[in-house]
Design a protein around this ligand. Structure first.
Ligand code: SF4
Length: 207
């Protein structure tokens, strides 16, 4: 088994992050501090391919059993097990695996969709709509006039799927994807690779 595919996924994640950072810098569109709204959605989905870098990292940290139990407790559905709500501020929270989060978690609020008419539009987050309507309108205008670039949901998703269509095609609830990826690769990682041998350098957080 070649773990290089996980490094390729992380390279794609770095490209996404860089594109979004440039977009944010140009438009000043940012998430409200501490907001966890998108993570509270109980229908976050991903693929085995997209979650593979995270699974490798969990093996490296030797926390697989803990997270697998959390996923089992969730019955492999509902809110993402990696989300930690802020008990003092409803709607706020944090991702406990932020550098290794899958594609949708990176794109949400900062990616475009292509309408049937061919028009490209930002798929705006409701929190952005409520808190930053003027900035959001400016960002939409800049996208329409090709003044700024934002990642496109369909293009980015397809680009990552193409890295390994066998692992990257089927979308499933994130807690299920965690279980399936561990079932598929866990024995290999456990039996043949020591945690310190895993390619941590390639899987380090995007800068
Ligand atoms: S992986 Fe992280 S960013 Fe994605 S839904 Fe879970 S907690 Fe949120």
């Amino acid at each position: 088994m070649d773990l290089g595919i996980a490094s390729q996924v992380m390279e794609s994640y770095t490209q996404i992050d860089q594109t979004i950072a440039a977009f944010q810098s140009a438009t000043h569109l940012d998430c409200p501090p501490g907001c966890g709204w998108c993570c509270e959605n109980p229908e976050v989905e991903t693929t085995i391919l997209e979650i593979l870098p995270l699974v490798i990292e969990l093996f490296r940290q030797e926390t697989v059993e803990f997270w697998l139990q959390r996923a089992a407790d969730s019955q492999y559905q509902g809110q993402c097990v990696f989300y930690q709500p802020d008990p003092s501020i409803p709607g706020n929270g944090r991702c406990q695996v932020y550098p290794w989060r899958p594609t949708i978690c990176r794109l949400f609020g900062f990616a475009t969709v292509t309408q049937k008419s061919g028009q490209v539009q930002l798929a705006a987050c409701v929190k952005h709509k409520a808190a930053l309507p003027a900035i959001l309108a400016q960002a939409q205008g800049a996208i329409a006039q090709n003044q700024v670039q934002a990642p496109n949901f369909a293009e980015v998703t397809q680009q990552i799927t193409n890295l390994d269509p066998t692992l990257g095609q089927e979308r499933m609830p994130i807690n299920t994807a965690l279980r399936v990826a561990i079932e598929r690769f866990g024995l290999y990682l456990q039996m043949t690779v020591q945690p310190q041998d895993l390619p941590t350098q390639e899987l380090s957080p995007p800068t």
